[in-house]
Write a protein that binds this ligand. Sequence first.
Ligand SMILES: C[S@@+](CC[C@H](N)C(=O)[O-])C[C@H]1O[C@@H](n2cnc3c(N)ncnc32)[C@H](O)[C@@H]1O
Length: 509
Amino acid sequence: MSFNWNAGYLIDTDYAYSYFRELHPLYLQFLLLTKGYQCFPIKTACELGFGQGLSINIHATTSDISWYGNDFITSQVENANKIAKLSQNNAKLYDDSFQEFLYRTDLPQFDFIGLHGVWSWISDENREIILKFIQTRLSDNGIVYISYNSLPGQNNIAPLRELFVSHEKYNDFSNDTFETRIKNSLFYTEKILHNAPNYTKENTDSLTILKKLQTIDNPKYLAHEYFHENWKSMYFSEIAKNLESLNLHFACSAHTWEHLDFINFSEQQKKLLSEIQSPIFRETVRDFLFNKCFRKDIWIKNPQKLPKQEQKNALRKLSCILTCPLEKAPQTIHSLQGEMDVKDIYAPFYAILGDNKIHTLEELENTLRKYAINLDHIINVLLCLNAQQVVSITQNPSPEIKEKTRKLNAFLLQQTYKEMNMEILISPYTGEAFPVKNLYQLFIQAYTYYKEKNSAEYIAKYTLDFLTQHNIELFHKGKKHNIVTLMEETKNFMQELPLLQQLGIIEKF
Ligand SMILES: C[S@@+](CC[C@H](N)C(=O)[O-])C[C@H]1O[C@@H](n2cnc3c(N)ncnc32)[C@H](O)[C@@H]1O
């Protein structure tokens, strides 16, 4: 007796609260613009299979876009609707299956349709339905974001996952807990591999991969990754066949790191790629160079390329912010070629962005001209910093957006260590989630809601009272947090305060 599946999708456990910036139009439009695509305004957007709906709720809160979405797990949609309602973001969230959503008559045409972590885990029939949805609902210059398990990177996992699921499917473990069943499937697979010398000789990394999976202490994650009835990885060319049949064109990856050919590839690899005429074949070869196991693609209907000068002018108008304190800003970057020291390259940028204020690219260009740094170089460095998640593109939020974001942040703070605990807060300027650990969320509560705002002692006391009242034990260097250690932490927090204020996460008093 296997787990409960609905249309092949595991429904025994709900999905985690996760945020994905790849569904954020502002972020996608930045990447598209760097590739020279004209970005039309996005007024309507849709997320298919939104899970707990965190991304869609954040994006509906931090923009004026009219967001729609679906997921067929009712409990998830109810929670997502609670968040939509309290932040008044007007997102329309339905507990429809993909098929029901396709046949709705009350949906507009969408300028953006996104689906993350869905395509590889649903049936062929549901993939067809999604294609039909895109065909009928995507507007003329619409953008599609789609992520999926890709080949060749997933090749060595596929046989292991077959064993996990078969162990579940063809045995009756209904008396065991969900966690035990997941764990036992992995253990049993190990037993099989130890008895399969012919297989392990040909697939030398199979045991290493399995061991790595066994260290993941998160049965929910493993369940959602490997225990659905459907699990399909595709080569890029298969996706291309599906999406090109809808008249869509591949634009670029939604993964900034893959925009960094200049550091990722050797001269020989760059030459190899430059010799390939077909964009589809070139992408496939890139997937071999990266050994890609998960792709994040941006596709466009009727793409329009901007003349070089117009592209440059549009880029100059963009603005950005350093999203970490200057002291923590990276001095190296990881590339396919290994770790690179970029201290000297980043230094002139940190000299400007280090104030954690918003700067336009035009301003960067004007200031950096004296070092003979041009706009192309600026874009490359910003892409690197964005790939490292320390620079984000910013918008100029309206008072309504600021108010919606304030409400959403108040809710997130209220949930610290509670049912919907999420270690994030939202910036109305970047429109994205920003990681904020629980302890800092408590500090922010004390700082924001109580009078003695600037006193480290008061913030530490508030936090200690909260932890004591809720029976939460937090450790610091192996010892339980006390008023002294909390006061020390508060000092670190105070150093990050200006950044949180610049990001609009905390009000300036
Ligand atoms: C792996 S989760 C990804 C959730 C979300 N996109 C994210 O990345 O956080 C896939 C989601 O698709 C939903 N789903 C799967 N099959 C579906 C179907 N036939 N109709 C509607 N939703 C479906 C599931 O309920 C689940 O929440």
